[in-house]
Every structure is written in C-alpha cells, then in structure tokens.
Design a protein around this ligand. Structure first.
Ligand SMILES: Nc1ncnc2c1ncn2[C@@H]1O[C@H](COP(=O)(O)OP(=O)(O)O)[C@@H](O)[C@H]1O
Ligand SMILES: [Mg+2]
Length: 243
C-alpha cells in the first residue's frame, strides 16, 4: 500500500531537497495536517551541534516543530561526508541498518497524518553493498517528488532519476525545478519544462527561483500559489506516472 506523504529525492546533492522538503511540510501543516518528518540517512563532515547531528534535521525540525525521538527521525548519521556505504567501509561502526530505518519510519508514520521524508544525495546512493536509497524508498513506498537543480544537464539527470524510481516500482508524483543559481538560460523555461514533461511523462510542479533569507517559508508561499502542487496536496492521491 502506498504511504501518505512524499519522499523527496534529488538529482544530486545540494539541489534544494531539504529546503523544499521543509517547504512542503510547512505547506501541509498550514492545511491543518499533522506532519512527521524523517531524514533516515545523513552524512556530513561534522555534527551540526550538540542537539542535532544533522543540519538537515535541524532545519526540518525548526520548520515543523515536530517532537518525535531524534533517533527515529534520523537513525543513521556519519561524520564522513560521503555515501553511507562508503562511510561504513571506512568506519565499521557506521553500518547502515535499512530494516531499522524502515521500523523508525513505521513508528513515525503511525503517529502522523503524513510523512515528509528527505533522501540523501540522489536516488541511487549506496546504503550497503547491495542496497541503495531507492530500496529504502520502495520499502516505505511513499510517492516521490524529484528536486532538480535548474541548470544545463538537468534533463538527463531527471530522466535517469525518474527511470530508476519507476524501475523499482515507485510512483513519481512530480518534479520541482530549483533555480538556485539563477541560471541565465538562453532557452525559454517553457521549452525545457515541455521537454521534461514529454520525455519523462511526469509533471513539473513548480520552478522555484533564487531566494534570499527565510528560504523554506518563501518556497512554501510559492508552492501555495502553484495550482499543480496544491491539487496534489489536497487529495494526496498521487497515482504517479507510468511509462
Ligand atoms: N531557491 C533557492 N534559492 C536560494 N538558495 C537556495 C534555494 N534552494 C536551496 N538553496 C540553498 O542551497 C543550499 C543547498 O540546499 P539544500 O536544501 O540543503 O539542498 P540538499 O538538501 O539537496 O543538499 C542551501 O544553502 C540552501 O539554503
Ligand atoms: Mg539535504
């Protein structure tokens, strides 16, 4: 059965997943839903602070004010800034327990109306020798929203990500293009969106411009004015697109 909420993945790291996950969570909260958040796997060069190991979790909690147990929200953290599997090769104690992360998700999901779960890097990031982030995403089976950096090369990255999700049986609800570098593209945005939608058969929900300060709150405001996004949220019956 498909879970309630969204799994936020990206075409890469630093594309705006945390920012957009926080904005979506805020948006759903404003609609009166009880939202849980999860960042199952996080790596960084160091712990964020004494309270939150992961800066992403700190931002998601700051926006949502969720009070769940930290270890359920973020079961895996490594202070090696690399893929979780690589971290586990370097440091034996940084072994990923995917089944444990799924159990944490189940606990959180049963306590909330909907879950917003942020991935790590892109969808094929290795968690173990044989399992990738996509395996975890399939285990929790939330509909996927793909965040892509709006820049040259994004079409290929988006198509690869959509293909991987569909190959693993996930449904892809939509794509959000994040213009976080204010890319000066000589090609009209509409043509890029049309290319992405026609080739991936997934809707582009929104294009987020470069924003200064209080970014998640402003992104939430942009999404609120975006009919495609709002119609998704209201029902959350997101069948996704299939080839
Ligand atoms: N639309 C935007 N405008 C300006 N800065 C942005 C935007 N989206 C994200 N950022 C910034 O880009 C950086 C990476 O975003 P983040 O959400 O952490 O990405 P990810 O979770 O994919 O690594 C952060 O510093 C964030 O504040
Ligand atoms: Mg992040």
């Amino acid at each position: 059965m498909q879970g309630k909420g969204f799994f936020i993945t990206g075409t890469d790291t630093c594309v705006g997943k945390t920012t957009i996950a926080a904005a979506i969570a805020l948006n759903l909260k404003r609609k009166g839903l009880d939202i849980g958040i999860m960042k199952p796997f996080a790596t960084a060069s160091k712990k964020y602070n004494s309270k939150y190991k992961s800066a992403d979790v700190a931002m998601l909690l700051d926006i949502t004010k969720v009070k769940d147990k930290y270890n359920n929200i973020n079961p895996f953290f490594s202070s090696l800034p690399t893929a979780p599997y690589t971290a586990s090769l370097i440091k034996k104690s940084d072994k990923v327990d995917i089944a444990g992360a799924v159990r944490s998700y189940t606990k959180l999901a049963s306590a909330h109306d909907q879950m917003i779960v942020e991935g790590i890097g892109g969808i094929m990031v290795p968690l173990t020798r044989t399992k990738s982030l996509v395996d975890f995403a399939k285990a929790i089976n939330l509909p996927v929203i793909i965040v892509a950096r709006f820049q040259l090369g994004m079409i290929n990255h988006i198509l690869l990500t959509v293909r991987a999700c569909l190959d693993y049986g996930l449904s892809v609800t939509g794509i959000i293009l994040n213009d976080l570098t204010s890319w000066n593209d000589p090609v009209k945005k509409e043509m890029i969106v049309e290319t992405i939608e026609k080739t991936s058969r997934v809707s582009v929900l929104s294009i987020i411009p470069f924003i200064e300060n209080r970014i998640p709150e402003k992104v939430a405001g942009i999404l609120e004015r975006c009919p495609r996004f709002m119609s998704l949220e209201s029902s959350n019956l997101c069948p996704g697109q299939k080839y």
